[in-house]
Design a binder for this molecule. Structure first.
Ligand code: GTS
Length: 221
């Protein structure tokens, strides 16, 4: 069908940033949800998972794995990777920061209850005192509507995803960051992103116990 095909569990995990970026680029995609360990083992036996891991994205005749490689490919293909080496370097830097922040949140549901209780406040503290101040400063210094250059990039999409994810845990997290508040409104209202934020889109809900149990069952972790 020509549309990229995403193979992953029916939940956010590492694949959610790929859904965001494809949606922001206005690219329709199909999804294959892993529900059983047999499905996962068959992908491995058929030689589709280079490192026996998902996300798997079939795109342009390639079976891509490794989330960052997939995201970079999509960003490069859809003009979301800036203009030139320096803009791309800034985008990579900003994306690594939001990756570090989102990775903390991603692992929460798979942590034991006492770790969850301890780590959530630490994540909010890092968001408020390390990550969001950095992006507030970046927006202030760049003085444009976007983090890099004068157009939407992978960095903007990734930061919006991270802001919404932290707000799900702490709704007032942007109260000290006026530029990020404006950024959130501006980027959320871009047509392709606005559409992805509407109910009924392929955006996934927060992970619940069922999701965690399914992933553990499939991966036997
Ligand atoms: N660096 C890889 C890591 C992928 C990864 O660890 N995937 C997990 C599933 S999840 O963490 O995304 O939920 C997996 O397939 N684990 C199976 C295994 O590592 O044997 C990426 O970014 O894609």
């Amino acid at each position: 069908s020509g549309k990229p095909k995403l193979t992953y569990f029916n939940g956010r995990g590492r694949m959610e940033s790929i859904r965001w970026l494809l949606a922001a680029a206005g690219v329709e995609f199909e999804e294959d949800f892993l529900e059983t360990r047999e499905q996962y083992l068959k992908l491995i036996q058929d030689g589709h998972l280079l490192f026996d891991q998902v996300p798997l994205v079939e795109i342009d005749g390639m079976k891509m794995v490794q989330t960052k490689a997939i995201l970079s490919y999509i960003a490069g293909k859809h003009n979301l990777y800036g203009k030139g080496l320096k803009e791309r370097a800034f985008i990579d830097t900003y994306v690594e920061g939001t990756t570090d922040l989102m990775q903390m949140i991603l692992t929460l549901p798979f942590s034991p209850p006492e770790a969850k209780k301890k780590n959530l406040p630490l994540i909010i503290e890092k968001a408020k005192n390390r990550y969001f101040p950095a992006y507030e400063k970046a927006l202030k210094q760049h003085g444009q509507g976007f983090l890099v250059g004068n157009q939407l990039s992978w960095a903007d999409v990734h930061l919006l995803e991270a802001i919404l994810m932290v707000e799900e845990k702490e709704p007032t997290v942007l109260s000290e960051f006026p530029l990020l508040q404006g950024f959130k409104t501006r980027i959320s209202n871009m047509p392709t992103i606005k559409k992805f934020l509407q109910p009924g889109s392929q955006r996934k809900p927060q992970p619940d116990d069922k999701y965690v149990a399914t992933v553990m069952k499939i991966l036997k972790e």
